[in-house]
Design a binder for this molecule. Structure first.
Ligand code: 2PG
Ligand code: MG
Length: 439
């Protein structure tokens, strides 16, 4: 048993220039763990709430109240606890908060503390964080397959296009290192195409190119063209993944595509996405329908769940009970794991466990507001769930996570990439993306 000696929170700043919470958890030996809270922009209504000060200063985003909770009640409750007992640490915070959405202590205060404890426990044991995660979760580590954003959109790009993330995956690569190389070629090919067309206008929140397109389909066409320009055949080594983030433009079964000034019912939205699945080498689609559209999500899964990975993000908010309900209703076949949606590491691990127990995919993910924190690279590797979503291929709050995976690759070995097994029995084998016709 190694006792937590102190817990200290400080204000730091995230990739959007907003204040956020950093926590140091220190042990008697002087060993410490440190973590920072990320922040979402397209948030599910049922995810843990970040405690912000409100008012006019710092656009209401200050975190003084959350920090006071870290340095006051959270520190008092955690001092003297065993750093190796993540469950008891998280349980103490949960009991103290007691609110369904964690708005009493603040999801930001809780997630930074919970992750800092995880880091401190790994340092205490003298092992890398990914190894500690695997020990806590009882999983087999493997380097994840990245989902990497080429164009941003939706809430991350002033709603310039409706769809939020146009991403690629490179399951045909032989190593994590090769994924990076191929992604770099595709990313800059996309930039070159936009420049040729006079449409280069900077980058969106997560570093993907700013989406100067006339339609969502033009973004997809350009992505396919970029893959080709990079010397790859779309649908072979490189495939497409989308985060529709439909809750941002859909409510009560009605969807409004602002770019095309078009409004449609849930059924038409399903048909539209189905057409995209038929026309482009898409293997994964996140939040295809809004979080309140349960019937639509069930219908979408019934029609396409055997050929494409359907991820619940806003729809499931890293919540084990919602994943269980989704499994019973056959809505989605995968869940995004964002520790700050759940609020604590223990709850996130439970959601992961529930997902995988029924053969669902589980994709560890960053938020659109990020920091130099690399916890998720270790989490994705330690859990061996097979996939990691971080954002684009520029900006250090993104690259720091890909680069951390490359460092982990050095100790884990190139052959640990993806792990095969978790993917083989879920979406990859079913999607058969390598056999999909390119457009
Ligand atoms: C998402 C994330 C990351 P945000 O929707 O998956 O792209 O966005 O952090 O804004 O919720
Ligand atoms: Mg999402």
């Amino acid at each position: 048993m190694t006792i937590i000696e102190s817990v200290r929170g400080r204000r730091v700043w995230d990739s959007r220039g907003n204040p956020t919470v950093e926590v140091d958890v220190t042990l008697a030996s002087g060993v410490y763990g440190r973590a920072m809270a990320p922040a979402g922009a397209s948030r599910g209504t049922r995810e843990a709430i970040d405690l912000r000060d409100g008012g006019s200063a710092l656009r209401g985003m200050n975190v003084r109240r959350a920090l006071a909770n870290v340095n006051g009640p959270i520190a008092a409750a955690l001092q003297g606890r065993d750093v190796q007992d993540q469950q008891s640490v998280d349980g103490a915070m949960l009991a103290m908060d007691g609110s369904p959405l964690k708005d009493k202590l603040g999801g930001n205060a809780m997630v930074a503390t919970s992750l800092a404890v995880l880091h401190a426990a790994a340092a205490d044991a003298g092992i890398p964080l990914w190894r500690h995660v695997a020990d806590v979760a009882g999983t087999t580590p493997s380097l994840p397959l990245p989902e990497i954003q080429i164009f941003g959109g939706g809430a991350h790009a002033g709603r310039r296009v409706d769809i939020q993330d146009f991403m690629i995956m490179v399951p045909g690569a032989g190593s994590f290192d090769e994924v990076m190389e191929i992604t770099s070629e595709v990313y800059f090919a996309a930039g070159a195409i936009m420049k040729e067309k006079g449409r280069l206008a900077g980058v969106a929140d997560e570093g993907g190119w700013w989406p100067m397109f006339d339609s969502n389909e033009e973004a997809l066409e350009t992505l396919v063209a970029a893959i080709e320009k990079a010397g790859e055949k779309p649908g072979e080594r490189v495939v497409i993944s989308l985060d529709i983030a439909a809750s941002e433009f859909g409510k009560e079964g009605r969807y409004r595509l602002a770019l095309e000034d078009r409004e449609m019912q849930s059924g038409a939205m399903i048909d539209l996405l189905g057409n995209w699945l038929d026309s482009y080498p898409i293997v994964s689609i996140e939040d295809p329908l809004a979080e309140d559209d349960i019937e639509g999500t069930i219908e979408f899964t019934r029609r396409y769940g055997d050929r494409v990975q359907i991820i619940g993000d806003d729809y499931l908010v890293t919540n084990a009970a919602l994943v269980r309900a989704g499994q019973e209703q056959c809505a989605c076949n995968a869940v995004l794991i964002k520790v700050n949606q759940a609020g604590t590491v223990s709850e996130s691990l439970e959601t992961f466990r529930v997902a995988r127990a029924s053969g669902w995919g589980a994709i560890v993910s960053a938020r659109s507001g990020e920091t130099e924190d690399v916890s998720i690279s270790h989490l994705a590797t330690g859990l061996g769930g097979g996939q990691l979503k971080v954002g684009s291929f520029t900006r250090s709050e993104r690259m720091v996570k890909w680069n951390e995976c490359l460092r982990i690759q050095d100790s884990l070995g190139v052959h640990s990439f993806v792990g095969g097994e978790p993917l083989a029995d879920t979406w990859w084998a079913a999607a058969g993306a390598g056999r999909m016709p390119a457009t």
